[in-house]
Design a protein around this ligand. Structure first.
Ligand code: SF4
Length: 440
């Protein structure tokens, strides 16, 4: 039997899909592309934006067109928040909620055997703090292991559906996690990426007294792990004495994705973000002073209800001043069930489009400057894939570097001179003798 997957949305969803794929393989299924004929199609959905939801629906229809006899399983955020609507979509055989993914194979097999629609969606997840450990075990062919350490969120930003779609904070058991990382190190992994929905909340609900900093300090002690990266993180995590503990971590990579969302205090307040633009700028300043090579990226939402031209100008000026490495821009999309859904003064699509374009231009300028200032530097690069004599790798601050090499560099961390820029990719030259001359 063949199973095909389609994943929408965030990196955490990608992780969940990998875990579900492993479960199907363990049950005897073989994996195939979503574009080919399969017996089972699993769509791991997203509902964070209107676009994520629209695409989720398109893939449901596409799966059924590809093989009308196939079992179509709709899993994750959309299934969780719009269960009844998903049940009503023609051709949907299995509906599995955000914290019920562990049972996906069982439910699919059940739908096949019983020939009826199966719905496995837990009721309101807001008070559900149980971490669903899907436990990906295979990371073949990769040099970096992505680990989901946390799920859910209880911050309730006014625009965000995530607390309803993914539930309350739940953290992976630290002992289990540390053992997994030790095993990964034993298998040659040099870098781990610790990610989740709101990782700054890691450990809050655990009986063990272990927060994110304690966890990072414990991972730092694991021999063989040379780099630790963290996913998107709450900017205020770096405030106060936590910053000095962060700076003492020698393996933590100097790339932080700090979600800003707006540079205007009035907009931030309506968004229920719990910081001011000034506080965010202070974190950026402190990180840059302490780690000159730090790369700081962010997310910004444009066209939030009531965002006047003046408010947007404040955000634009703030971003221009900060000169971050990259800004991911999102046009606000109302999510039913969130407070902002009912906020007045909607911003027109054309205005959102224009603001998004303006933020992207600011982002482009910041990125160009940041990349250009690295030309001529020598940095350790962890190489990943290689193809046709060209290898790609990443610096500690997450800049992509392309290097010509006749030998396989995958998994190696090598001192590399950054010689120039092609588009937005740095070109490099390895500074150790690899036993051959590098083509230029
Ligand atoms: S912090 Fe806010 S935006 Fe981020 S997941 Fe939680 S509620 Fe959503």
């Amino acid at each position: 039997m063949k199973v095909a997957f389609q994943t929408l949305g965030c990196r955490v969803n990608v992780y969940d899909t990998e875990a579900m794929a492993e479960m199907f393989v363990q049950d005897g299924y073989t994996l195939t592309d979503f574009d080919s004929v399969a017996d089972v199609y699993v769509i791991n959905t997203c509902t964070v934006t209107h676009m994520g939801e629209k695409k989720s629906r398109q893939y449901i229809h596409r799966a059924k067109r590809q093989n009308p006899q196939a079992i179509v399983a709709v899993v994750g955020c959309l299934a969780q928040v719009s269960k009844d609507e998903v049940m009503a979509i023609e051709g949907v055989d299995v509906i599995v909620g955000s914290r019920d993914k562990r049972d996906v194979v069982f439910q699919v097999n059940r739908a096949m055997a019983e020939g009826k629609q199966i719905v496995a969606v837990s009721d309101s997840l807001l008070l559900n703090h149980k971490f669903e450990d899907l436990g990906v075990t295979g990371y073949e062919g990769k040099t970096r292991a992505f680990l989901k350490i946390q799920d859910g969120c209880n911050r309730f930003c006014s625009y965000c559906i995530i607390p309803y779609a993914r539930g309350g904070i739940s953290s992976k058991n630290p002992q289990v996690l540390l053992k997994e990382i030790e095993a990964l190190a034993g298998n040659g992994y040099r870098e781990v990426i610790l990610s989740g929905i709101h990782i700054a909340s890691y450990g809050q609900e655990l009986a063990e007294k272990m927060d994110l900093l304690d966890l990072l300090e414990a991972v730092e002690q694991i021999p063989g792990i040379e780099r630790i990266r963290i996913g998107s993180i709450e900017p205020m995590f770096f405030q106060g004495e936590r910053l000095s503990r962060v700076l003492a971590l020698t393996k933590l990579c100097p790339h932080f994705h700090l979600s800003l969302q707006s540079g205007c205090d009035a907009t931030l307040k309506r968004m229920n973000r719990r910081y001011t633009a000034e506080e965010f700028a202070a974190v950026v300043k402190a990180l840059r002073e302490a780690i000159p090579e730090v790369s700081l990226t962010t997310d910004v939402i444009v066209g939030f209800p009531g965002e006047s031209e003046g408010e947007f100008e404040e955000t634009a000026a703030f971003l221009e001043k900060l000169q971050l490495t990259r800004i991911h821009t999102f046009k606000y999309s109302p999510r039913k069930g969130t407070p902002a859904f009912n906020f007045p003064n909607e911003v027109e699509s054309a205005v959102k489009e224009d603001r998004s374009r303006r933020v992207m231009m600011i982002s482009r300028r910041g990125e160009e400057k940041f990349l250009a200032r690295h030309v001529g530097q020598v940095l350790p690069v962890l190489f990943e894939e290689g193809k046709n004599g060209v290898h790609l790798g990443y610096t500690p601050n997450y800049l992509q570097v392309r290097v010509p090499s006749a030998v396989n560099l995958q998994g190696k961390i090598l001192p590399t001179k950054l010689t120039g820029l092609k588009g937005d990719v740095l070109q490099g030259e390895i500074l150790v003798d690899l036993g051959f001359s590098q083509p230029s």
